[in-house]
Design a protein around this ligand. Structure first.
Ligand code: HEM
Ligand code: HEM
Length: 214
């Protein structure tokens, strides 16, 4: 079968991906350290402030993560065809059909996967849920960071409950992300090995290979 090369992802989407992914790794390491400061012993003395340093790095990465998500929200509405939400969410008959076919394909129950330049509807749906969880993670983060701000008090309380409840949710969402990333890496590697689209390189160079229509 012959393949042709197509532009799939814009520069902004790739920048979003790598800012989101790298800030996420920083946030997990520093966040879990804030949760359980594993190196902080009584022997350490008071001249170093590891938790304060980790919190500082956490907040800087938190701002990068927030900027990345805002860029993705812009692309959901104004990005190229593959990047807009109606291209990949199961809200059209074409995408609902694609969702069922992809589920069957991943469960080894059929070989009818449709080659798409953008995300399939299953992947797209999971990414969209991830954006919503990322927004909640950001709201809970800013709510904890600025407890004295009336804006965050009002919205934090409305959406997530008290400070303690928001902190607990912030911690639970961390586990959602960890499970998402483990599955995400498995699936992109599996796809890259089992098809000739060049999926992994697409998130670096923006292009994918599609079967040539004869
Ligand atoms: C070395 C590590 C990683 C590689 C090689 C990688 C690769 C990819 C690839 C190839 C895609 C496009 C998939 C498709 O066409 O359906 C993608 C999308 C995505 N990845 Fe990753 N990824 C990595 C790490 C991460 C991490 C740590 C996160 C964050 C938690 C993440 C979040 C996402 C999201 C949200 C998308 C959807 C893109 C969009 O439409 O906005 N990735 N990734
Ligand atoms: C995926 C992104 C993020 C992850 C995985 C993450 C992870 C964590 C974890 C595990 C904790 C410790 C919670 C506990 O003690 O049980 C934490 C605390 C915290 N995070 Fe995040 N976080 C993320 C994004 C953010 C963002 C965007 C902000 C906003 C700037 C933020 C601000 C905070 C604050 C203020 C705390 C409390 C620090 C303290 O009480 O000392 N986080 N985070």
């Amino acid at each position: 079968m012959q393949y042709t090369r197509h532009q799939a992802w814009s520069i902004l989407l790739r920048l979003f991906h790598w800012c989101f992914a790298l800030s996420f790794v920083t946030l997990v390491i520093t966040g879990l350290y804030i949760h359980f400061p594993w190196t902080n012993t009584m022997l350490e003395g008071s001249s170093t402030f590891p938790v304060a340093t980790m919190r500082y790095i956490h907040f800087i990465a938190g701002f990068v993560f927030t900027g990345a998500l805002l860029a993705r929200v812009y692309l959901l509405l104004f990005g190229n065809r593959q990047e807009r939400f109606w291209d990949f969410l199961p809200i059209t008959p074409r995408n609902i059909k694609n969702l069922l076919a992809t589920l069957k394909y991943y469960l080894y129950m059929g070989n009818t996967a449709e080659h798409r330049l953008g995300h399939n509807a299953l992947g797209g749906m999971v990414y969209f849920i991830t954006f919503i969880v990322a927004a909640l993670q950001i709201i809970s983060g800013f709510y904890m960071l600025y407890p004295e701000s009336t804006f965050w008090q009002v919205w934090g309380l409305k959406l997530l409950g008290t400070q303690q409840q928001a902190r607990f949710l912030h911690y639970l969402f961390t586990w959602y992300f960890l499970i998402f990333v483990a599955t995400h890496l498995y699936i992109v590697i599996w796809n890259d090995v089992s098809s000739k689209e060049g999926m992994i390189s697409s998130i670096f160079n923006g292009t994918k290979y599609m079967p040539k229509k004869s």
